[in-house]
Design a protein around this ligand. Structure first.
Ligand code: AMP
Length: 401
């Protein structure tokens, strides 16, 4: 069966077509600048055996973008399938599934629920809904599936997801921890167990997804029991432009002092904080490290704060698990940056975490690696994440069940 995976953002859309019989990616690409006034959209399309195809066309909405994607996939020269009918199902990444959606075939009820949670997910839900509805129209005879980033956290115990604020806010507004990046945490935890030849059910694991957005999860016996992101993907780790956890009173204090509106404050916390906010240089960890290397004090501080947050959160989650067997690094920073891994793991031998610095530094970027020191109690692994494959697999599993 062939599964099309769609990941829609407000002005972008990424796709990958998988052959689930072999696990191969047949083609992948993306559409950028969808609905951006006065600007042509950019389409990229790549099949493994050919040069990347890039073109500029008008992309007024997600529906048009998807029509072009399907045309490309069936194009006699650039395509990989003869007809859209070869697509067995579509898996849609949704960031937030609320309390109900995990991995679900989309019917009327599921769409209605997605609409109902727009208030708690205003950035990500509307484009996802647009893409689902467009796909349903373009491919009406197949099943469309949502795979929620929050799905991996469905079995967290209440003490992990209830915030210590008046309980009525949970009851009325569903304010609670949901957790995000779950597809990635789930994928790498499975790969780690496979590599170790162990059953997930026998392992305590901490998975660090460190990228532009960062989160850390604690997994016991294959079940995620806690994670650092919360009601939104804002809580926990410091990130590219997001603050992560800060004293909540800072928010009301700054609003009172500066007269910022809630939206302006949101903008500061989501788009002007993190690496960008502290360094003043860039949200991109690589660029901040380059400036740090040149002696820039604020870039150095930004990196130190990042390591500090990571250590503190890993420590808290290890305490929750009462120890850890495996520590995994993944995503843009976690997979690619040995210096970050080394700084986070430094002085963690009390917890049994020691990495082999030589192996760590010699690792080819973006590849699988076992960087455990010979005398480390905890296995430390670097595992490239593959959220799209995980979405394809979850989609395949539910439609063939
Ligand atoms: P992601 O959100 O997973 O795509 O990760 C983006 C982050 O990964 C950015 O902060 C990048 O600076 C960082 N990153 C990507 N590639 C590398 C690399 N080769 N070395 C260090 N950091 C990298």
């Amino acid at each position: 069966m062939k599964i099309l995976v769609i990941n829609a953002g407000s002005s972008s859309l990424k796709y990958q077509l998988f052959d689930m019989d072999t696990g191969a990616v047949l083609a992948k690409g993306g559409c950028e600048k969808i609905g951006v006034e006065g600007s042509l959209g950019i389409i990229t399309h790549k099949r493994p055996d050919k040069e990347k195809y890039v073109t500029n066309v008008a992309l007024p909405d997600h529906n048009t973008a998807l029509q072009i994607v399907l045309k490309l996939l069936t194009d006699p020269e650039l395509g990989v399938i003869a007809s859209v009918d070869e697509i067995g199902s579509v898996g849609h990444r949704i960031v937030h599934g609320g309390e109900k959606l995990t991995v679900n075939i989309v019917g009327e009820e599921e769409l209605k629920y997605l609409y109902s949670i727009i208030p708690i997910n205003p950035l990500h839900a509307p484009p996802a809904i647009k893409a689902i509805e467009a796909c349903q129209k373009l491919m009406p005879s197949i099943k469309h599936v949502v795979v929620a980033d929050s799905a991996f956290y469905r079995n967290m115990p209440p003490e992990s997801y209830i915030y210590p604020i008046p309980y009525e806010y949970y009851e009325t507004y569903k304010v609670r921890r949901y957790g995000f990046h779950g597809t990635s945490h789930r994928y790498v935890s499975g790969e780690a167990a496979k590599y170790l030849g162990r059953d997930l059910k026998d392992l305590k694991m901490i998975t660090c997804h460190l990228g532009n957005g960062s989160s850390i999860s604690a997994i016991r016996n294959g079940i995620c029991v806690d994670t650092t992101m919360g009601f939104t993907p804002q809580e926990g780790m410091m990130m590219g432009t997001r603050s992560g956890s800060i004293d909540p009173t800072v928010v009301t204090f700054l609003m009172k002092q500066t007269g910022m509106t809630p939206d302006q404050m949101d903008d500061v916390l989501n788009r002007k904080s993190g690496f960008l906010g502290i360094s003043g240089v860039s949200p991109d960890c690589r660029e901040v490290m380059v400036e740090e290397g040149k002696g820039d004090a604020r870039s150095h501080l930004a990196m130190q704060v990042f390591y500090h947050y990571a250590k503190k959160l890993i420590g808290a989650l290890v305490a929750e698990l009462n120890g850890v067997d495996v520590l995994v690094f993944t995503a843009g920073i976690g997979e690619n940056d040995p210096v970050v891994r080394s700084n986070i793991c430094r002085d963690m031998d009390f917890l049994g975490i020691k990495i082999d610095d030589e192996v760590n530094l010699a690792m080819k970027r973006g590849t699988f690696g076992d960087i455990t020191a010979p005398d480390s109690r905890v296995k430390v692994l670097v595992i490239p994440t593959d959220e799209e494959y995980m979405i394809a697999k979850e989609t395949y599993d539910i439609v063939t069940k």
